[in-house]
Design a binder for this molecule. Structure first.
Ligand code: SF4
Length: 375
């Protein structure tokens, strides 16, 4: 098996990534939100230019897959027409912002996020994967999600915190983004090719006292599929949204907008909870905790098909399951109770470990997996 290739940048709409089935074109919704009209338009583009599905990533972005290179410019024009594209590619790269998705229009989460969007060009040069979290609801919801600088609820007001630091500094709604830009400047003068994330830099170079001292506040209960104050939440198995069914769901539920989350959940703003067989509506469904990357034929490094196997095995395995197309383990960096790793058309089995760990068994066929005890 060849060693997996590590990509050094994030795909965007202007700069898509080539995958096994064509280009991956990433759309970064502003404020984690698309209007119903934008959502319907994106679904139609996924059918017209892509493979009919939309990926929901763990940074709450949306991806069209299977786009032909010759169609890329036409797709960009359509995305611009839907106001889903930054005219300036450099701004698109920087707009790497996670937003606590249960905000209300005009509240401080929405205001701070909009200010950051408006001031992106003031940021210094940063690595491609460097990102921000605006997590300023009553309880923090993004504490476990990837971000390098966090504006969040502290025990005593707003704080700004470098990822990896136990505490942050007090900020106000007025100066939070000024301070965020200043902290990004501190990082930009120190990162190296080996330390491209804030937690790595903060661990190896003393973070000045001015950025520390105030503790983060409590962590909230993660949302689950079902009804909430803002509408209805639906789960997306493996973070994959079937475009036609999503279009129907938005229309039939009466939703006015779609909000995206980093947790394989979509929130239909103002939408009713309706029958949706292609989405997860039960928070205890094992598909919500099963990870599987796109696998073959979608990724050029994949050694096996992944998601059909994962769907069948999910209900059979108590605990967490990760089915990975190769040893890179893109879908889950941490350990799972059962990890199956594609290797030359078959699967290697890792128990209580990661995709790159030493397997306890090798060369298992899908048929064998369906009948053997994997626990
Ligand atoms: S883990 Fe999956 S998506 Fe990642 S490189 Fe391997 S096959 Fe591709």
């Amino acid at each position: 098996m060849s060693a997996p290739v590590v990509q050094g940048w994030c795909p965007g709409a202007h700069r898509p990534m080539m995958s096994g089935d064509g280009l991956v074109v990433r759309v970064r919704p502003r404020l984690a939100r698309l209007s119903a009209e934008q959502t319907r338009g994106l679904c139609e583009l996924a059918e017209q230019f892509g493979n009919g599905t939309i990926d929901l990533t763990n940074r709450a972005n949306l991806q069209l897959r299977g786009v032909k290179e010759d169609d890329h410019q036409a797709l960009l024009a359509e995305l611009a027409g839907l106001n889903l594209l930054d005219a300036e590619p450099g701004i698109e790269v920087r707009r790497n912002i996670l937003v606590s998705p249960l905000y209300r229009s005009g509240d401080r989460t929405a205001q701070l996020t909009q200010e950051l969007i408006d001031r992106l060009e003031e940021l210094p040069t940063l690595p491609a994967k460097f990102g921000f979290a605006i997590d300023t609801g009553p309880k923090r919801l993004l504490a476990a999600d990837s971000a390098d600088i966090r504006v969040e609820a502290g025990t005593d007001g707003l704080i700004l915190r470098a990822d990896g630091a136990k505490t942050g500094c007090r900020v106000t709604e007025t100066n939070a983004i000024d301070r965020l830009i200043a902290l990004a400047g501190w990082f930009s003068e120190r990162f190296t090719p080996e330390t491209r994330r804030m937690a790595r830099v903060a661990a190896t170079q003393d973070l000045p006292a001015e950025w520390q001292g105030s503790a983060p506040g409590g962590i909230g209960t993660p949302p689950q599929p079902g009804v909430c104050d803002l509408g209805a939440l639906y789960g997306a198995a493996f973070g994959q949204l079937p475009a036609r069914q999503l279009l129907d769901l938005v229309t039939n539920s009466g939703a006015t907008a779609l909000r995206v989350t980093p947790w394989r959940l979509i929130l239909l703003e103002g939408g009713a909870a309706i029958q949706a067989p292609d989405f997860v509506i039960d928070g205890t469904d094992p598909l919500m905790t099963t990870d599987a990357c796109p696998g073959a034929p979608f990724c050029p490094q994949a050694q096996v098909e992944t998601r059909d196997v994962a769907r069948i095995l999910a209900a059979q395995i108590p605990g967490s399951l990760h089915v990975s197309g190769c040893a890179k383990g893109c879908a889950r960096m941490g350990p799972a109770n059962v990890t199956l790793v594609g290797n030359d058309g078959r699967f290697d089995l890792v128990k209580n470990g990661r995709a790159g760990d030493e397997p306890s068994q090798r060369g298992l066929t899908p048929e064998t997996l369906m009948t053997m005890d994997l626990t």
